[in-house]
Write a protein that binds this ligand. Structure first.
Ligand code: NAP
Length: 298
């Protein structure tokens, strides 16, 4: 059984790959695909005996070639504007069929429904899931809730201003950390019994932004208060953080979806996969405080 993880240089992919390295009996069973096979991480993986292949969803030939001899693929969703993402995902699925892959595991999103207020769901995740089902491939959908790291993306400013600026009012969100999602994705990819299953992966509790800000305040030992933004203000803020305009526009729908409670479900699916619950926001911040300060606030 040969496994492949797409997008090797990404954050989630890195967490999955490191977990696979720990649980696979032999590195020859693991391949990774990336647009940049020359990055320090890709070179490190190749040196460790892992197959590193060029793979770009914008280039169908590269995906088919990268998938030669692969039985299961973890297809990590991209983060381009939604109209491009859906084309990339179409390319990846067609290539998987052509290359003879048996099972696709796809990183989707909680509430991946065409009627979701979250445009990433209605425009990308729901149609991608439908395409995978229609392809006849065996599938597993890992419907991730919002990453805990979403609270940290502007940590430097949050610590300086004492303001966690997000949209969604009193919405509750069951955040889950990428490191924990790396554990579960690796288990699904390397394990059996996950064919044609949908998992909703969430943290163990649904927090309001006010509660999340209080936890951040406690862990980072600075006063931090939640400041509510409207969807329009969140768009401006996303633009200010350097997101491409279509991505910033789509992220406005995050605010609407959050306020409708689309991220509030607490599911036990993570525990079903891994045997333990995902870490709470407080625990994840405590466990990784030094690293998060280095990555997000240096
Ligand atoms: N639930 C949430 O809160 C949340 C938040 C942010 C993102 N997401 C989704 O989860 C995914 C993983 O998150 P992350 O934090 O790991 O993102 P990230 O670090 O920004 O990584 C982006 C990933 O997309 C891959 N990629 C980009 N363009 C590609 C292309 N043309 N062909 C193939 N792969 C391509 C990259 O792979 P290479 O660079 O190695 O080619 C990389 O793995 C994101 O891409 C996004 O769809 C979810």
């Amino acid at each position: 059984m040969k496994l492949l993880v797409t997008g090797a240089n990404g954050n989630l992919a890195g967490a999955v790959i490191e977990n696979l390295r720990a649980i696979l009996p032999d590195r020859k069973f693991l391949a990774v695909g990336t647009r940049n096979t020359d990055s320090a991480y890709a070179r490190q993986l190749a040196a460790a005996g892992i197959t590193v292949r060029h793979l770009d969803f914008m280039n169908a030939g590269s995906v088919t070639a990268a998938l030669a001899g692969i039985d299961r693929m973890l297809m990590i969703s991209t983060y381009d504007p939604n109209d491009i993402r859906i084309q990339q995902h179409r390319t990846a699925i067609d290539a998987a069929v052509k290359a003879g892959v048996h099972h696709v595991i796809y990183t989707s999103c909680i509430n991946a429904d065409p009627a979701s207020a979250f445009e990433h769901n209605s425009q990308v995740h729901a149609p991608t899931e439908a395409m995978i089902k229609a392809s006849g491939l065996q599938y597993t959908f890992l419907r991730h809730n919002l990453y805990t790291e979403f609270l940290l993306m502007d940590l430097k400013e949050t610590l300086t201003s004492g303001q966690l600026q997000r949209g969604g009012g009193g919405a509750r969100i069951a955040f889950i950390g990428r490191d924990d999602l790396g554990v579960s994705a690796a288990r699904v990819l390397a394990g059996d019994g996950h064919g044609n299953v949908i998992y909703t992966e969430t943290g163990p509790e649904a927090l309001s932004y006010t509660e999340a800000a209080a936890i951040m305040s406690e862990v980072f030992e600075r006063p931090i208060k939640y400041v509510e933004l409207t969807a329009q203000q969140w768009y401006q803020r996303s633009m200010g953080m350097g997101y491409p305009e279509p991505v910033a526009r789509a992220s406005m729908s995050n605010v609407i979806a959050a306020s409708k409670g689309e991220f509030s479900t607490v599911s036990r699916d993570y525990e079903k996969i891994t045997g333990r619950s995902a870490r709470s926001v407080r625990q994840l911040l405590l466990d990784n405080k030094a690293r998060y300060l280095k990555v997000y606030a240096a």
